[in-house]
Design a protein around this ligand. Structure first.
Ligand SMILES: [Mg+2]
Length: 214
């Protein structure tokens, strides 16, 4: 059976949330109130991004230098990506974050051309410019509707098994569209609250062990 693996980026592929690390470094705590509103579902990703990235007094190169030095991947990610390729599993990075920091981090790991669907951001002279992927007109919460991407993949690969990996509250929606869910942190709590079956994970050795047991 063909296996399609969709992996959130911030806090899942990476150990810490890269976007939050950027915000704390460049804005202190100024980013937190709008992030709390977003977590409560009161504002969209696009609105949060305009407020948060508008606070960052830096350009694209400054932010990329910072993340390359400061952000680590979750242990085992690079080996897991290569194992997926060897096994014929389609591993796809699926993020409501931005290429500005995701692309250089993947490149640092030797995964520059890895399949991904993410939002676009540049900071020219401190002015953020966004392009959001696949906003759902019926639900504008996310800039990149992960559920929409998963549904398109199912249509392209009938009968495939869909695996979703995530860590945050916004991962519950795409997790509900998957056949197998691996969860940690806030997503694990949300799965337990809502009764969604999932496998907890701490690193990509445990993710691989779950996939090998299916
Ligand atoms: Mg995340």
């Amino acid at each position: 059976m063909r296996t399609l693996i969709f992996c959130d980026f911030d806090g899942t592929a990476t150990d810490q949330d890269a976007q939050q690390a950027i915000m704390t470094h460049f804005t202190g705590d100024a980013w937190r109130p709008i992030n709390r509103a977003w977590t409560r579902g009161e504002v969209t990703t696009a609105h949060r991004a305009a407020v948060q990235w508008g606070l960052v007094q830096a350009n694209t190169a400054d932010v990329q230098r910072f993340v390359i030095a400061a952000v680590d991947f979750t242990p085992g990610f690079r080996e897991f990506a290569r194992w997926c390729r060897d096994q014929g599993h389609a591993l796809h990075i699926l993020s409501d974050g931005f290429d500005l920091y995701i692309d250089p981090l993947l490149a640092r790991e030797g995964l520059a051309d890895w399949p991904r669907t993410v939002n676009h951001l540049t900071l020219d002279g401190g002015e953020p410019r966004f392009r959001f992927q696949h906003q759902d007109p019926a639900c504008d919460r996310c800039g990149n509707c992960k559920r929409w991407v998963i549904q398109r993949a199912r249509e392209a690969h009938p009968g495939a098994r869909v695996v979703y990996l995530g860590d945050g509250v916004s991962d519950l929606c795409p997790a509900q569209a998957a056949d197998v869910v691996l969860a940690r942190r806030a997503l694990l709590a949300r799965c337990r609250e809502t009764g969604l079956s999932c496998h907890p994970f701490d690193d990509f050795c445990s993710v691989r062990a779950v996939l090998e047991s299916l």
